[in-house]
Design a protein around this ligand. Structure first.
Ligand SMILES: *Cc1c(COP(=O)(O)O)cnc(C)c1O
Ligand code: SF4
Length: 439
């Protein structure tokens, strides 16, 4: 093995106490909290994150530690005590699960109406697809229902703890191809999960090849939503089938498609290691384009400096900043949320310090039930302080790009906290006749 090579090793609730770096870094109470919170929210970390990303001299504040290790504040006091008592009583696994699920259902496990976007084909529910926006179909391969590590802010967490078991999974790529054939308005397919880059090159190619052979004139782009560059860059450097995966990317590009690698980076630290830099270089050499997205979150990246540096480093590496999201209304949202006003201030100051090439990024964006809503800022109009907003994506394509206004609210953290400005009863998209796109 070269110094660069690494064998993947995962840690979960079962074995996290054997992580060498933990001893001496955490108090017994902090270790206990990982156990309690980890019984409700999913927990998994790996040796790359532990050895190369986390700064163990800065625990528990280190942003990557916060990103991957459950923290006491991620559950409310009442929920924490409920699980703590269940563990102290020595309940069976099945009994613990009942307690955990009761808490989980109170954490809004299905935000933004995701369960309602499942399309049909000949009377059959395509549970592995989501089609919410006219041009783009999300595809959830059954083989990508996990990740190389779990983010503590994850909005897909119900899939990992088993209350949505393989809910979106669909094995049959043939159905996807047929769906694309019958919906010529769809130009983009977005592979998601979990993380599709958990798959071997062989498994992934079984999903991609039918698309390439499908003779689909409407198909323009194949996107891969993934956190593998942050959590396991060796996937593209020294893993056994790294070269096979890269050759598959090359094939997609040579077939004339835009292959977009939608990389999740939450903090500049994740861009700094030799392994990630080599992985980025190799992926870009295939002709694939790397774009990035991340939510803005307290404890992880709620500073101008983090975003300024992250976007600048990305632009220098030839990566395109794409979205800054607002932390979603699910799971440990209370722990991570910052006000929309503060999110916008951070966005604006970091954006101002980018060259033009970095100003491709859009944010802060709420991926909410009616669509992706961007906070453009605050303004004073006719004596009223308001938020100015617009849709970047909408259930109704006609909503996109229309400015609208909400009454200013200094503590609002999500679309649901906002009310229409100027004394209106509803936002324009809530009116009965506003319509949604029908798939
Ligand atoms: C974000 C998102 C997409 C992709 O939107 P783009 O604006 O094209 O990047 C597609 N489907 C869903 C459900 C999404 O949330
Ligand atoms: S990589 Fe994405 S899907 Fe996986 S745990 Fe993180 S946020 Fe969730």
């Amino acid at each position: 093995m070269t110094a660069f090579q690494k064998k993947y090793k995962a840690y979960t609730l079962r074995n996290f106490r054997t992580i060498p770096q933990l001893s001496g870094s955490l108090s017994p109470a902090e270790e206990h909290a990982i156990d309690v919170v980890g019984h409700v929210l999913p927990f998994k970390v790996n040796n790359y994150v532990i050895e190369e990303l986390i700064d163990w001299s800065n625990i528990p504040e280190d942003p990557i530690f916060q990103l991957t290790f459950p923290q006491p504040g991620m559950l409310s006091g009442a929920h924490f005590e409920e699980m703590e008592q269940a563990l102290a009583q020595g309940l069976s696994k099945a009994e613990l699960k009942i307690v955990a699920n009761k808490i989980r259902y109170q954490l809004n496990p299905h935000p933004s109406g995701q369960a309602h976007n499942v399309p049909m084909l000949d009377g059959q529910k395509l549970t592995g697809l989501q089609h919410k926006y006219r041009e783009t179909v999300l595809f959830f391969p059954s083989n990508s229902q996990t990740c190389h590590a779990y983010c503590t802010f994850c909005f897909r967490w119900p899939q990992f703890v088993g209350i949505d078991e393989l809910k979106f999974a669909m094995r049959e790529t043939e159905l996807l191809v047929e769906y694309l054939r019958r919906h010529p308005q769809v130009s983009d397919v977005l592979f998601t999960g979990g993380d599709p880059m958990i798959m071997s090159a062989k498994n992934f190619s079984a999903y991609v090849e039918p698309l390439l052979k499908g003779n689909l004139p409407n198909l323009q782009s194949i996107r891969i939503g993934t956190k593998s560059l942050s959590y396991w860059p060796y996937k593209f450097t020294t893993d056994k089938d790294a070269d096979d995966m890269l050759r598959l990317f090359e094939r997609v590009v040579q077939k004339g498609y835009h292959l977009a690698f939608m990389a999740h980076f939450n903090h500049p630290r994740e861009l700094e290691t030799p392994a990630v830099q080599e992985a980025v270089r190799r992926i870009r050499n295939t002709g694939a384009q790397i774009r990035t997205q991340s939510p803005i979150m307290r404890h992880i990246n709620d500073s101008v400096d983090a975003w300024k540096r992250m976007w600048r480093m990305q632009t220098r590496m030839g990566i395109v900043p794409y979205y800054m999201f607002v932390a979603r209304d699910t799971g440990a949202q209370d722990y991570f949320a910052i006000s929309l006003e503060r999110a916008h201030q951070i966005f604006r100051k970091a954006y101002q310090q980018q060259g033009g090439l970095g100003r491709t990024v859009r944010g802060p964006v709420m991926s909410a039930n009616p669509g992706k809503v961007q906070v453009l800022g605050t303004a004073d109009i006719q004596g009223e302080r308001v938020f100015s907003l617009r849709f970047i994506q909408g259930r109704n394509p006609d909503w996109v790009g229309r400015p609208f206004f909400a009454r200013y609210h200094p503590e609002a953290v999500w679309l649901d906290d906002l009310e229409p400005a100027f004394g209106k009863a509803q936002f324009f998209f809530q009116e009965k006749a506003s319509g949604v796109f029908q798939n």
